[in-house]
Ligand binder design. Sequence first.
Ligand SMILES: [Zn+2]
Ligand SMILES: [Zn+2]
Length: 385
Amino acid sequence: MFETAHEQSTAQPSPTATDLSNQHPSSESRLDPYSGNWTIFAPQRTERPDEFVDQAPTIKTDVACPFCRGNEAITPPAVWARHIPETARLFRNVTCCEEEEEPWSVRVVPNKYPAVGDLQSDSKTAFDSGAGRRDSGLFQSGCVSGGHEVIIESPRHFHSLTQLDIAEIDLVFQAYRDRIKHYRSIEGIQYINVFKNVGYDAGASLTHSHSQLVALNQIPRPVERIVERMSHHRASTGCCLRCDVIRAERKAKERMIACDETVIAYCPFASQLPMMVRVTTLEHQSHFENLDDRALESVSRMVFRVISWLEKIRPGTAYNYCLNTCPPGVNDPSDSFHWSIDIFPRMSHVAGFEWSSGCMINPVLPEAAAAMFRKCAAANSPRRR
Ligand SMILES: [Zn+2]
Ligand SMILES: [Zn+2]
């Protein structure tokens, strides 16, 4: 009786209007120490009228889902698959799936419509030697290749990661680790990005829960810039920039959300997008793929918790997450990079000002966002039951 009453009063914090209006009234710009980008915080913009609500596209239901169990033939053959037998789930026994017909829990396949083709030895040689670059003065171009894979997170037709159980989510993160290691071992791969799009507003084209990996034979300039800034901080202070920020955030507390002995979740000071949460390890680690099983399990649990809080704050929200690990093409002898995952709901669109200036406008201060997450976390804490 008490539990039911307690759950009714706390399980659904709906902070959107009240909590967002508790922000500072005027605009402020903040510098992201990693990218060097400035973001404008304009809390008053949450009051804007929106005539385009509830205009999400309808989902086609007459086409077979290529990611569901039984439709494996629609996708290219798996390059990685693991299975958690139903009876062994509690004991975390995982088996490799040698054959496509074998049952699977998580399955990785090449993207049928890749953004970039496979890195072939001839195109790698051509790019490295400069022969793949076409430079005619003002109009420069080059060969881009690498790999593009889809991580199918369940044989069941789930929409969000939070519908999986914790052992399955742990397996998804093991898939990330293994596939990043795979691409890292390929000569010529300079950059690896793992990301997840959930919902139309987040860029997803299929509803079945999945994430993607893109590997490239070149490092995007904004990533190079972050690497340079982290390296400069290490050279000038002797410390890792992310480790310094983590220490400062734990001291300041106002943007902190959750922390265990291994992993921290907080809202970054200069978040480019509203309600962004950063998850990373407390201990310095440049490469996500070097995390051991214990740390990986803590990370997958924290990501699960953050997304479940996010879905309580904004039910049915579209969201993305992006995993940043030290790019293979970076020569980082001072070990200045520190991996992270950024999780963010899609509450706002990149509009004219943002496109033309490169400066984002964020209507939610990270302090207000962190307070909402903490409120949700406290309401769901087993100690409150
Ligand atoms: Zn499906
Ligand atoms: Zn660090």
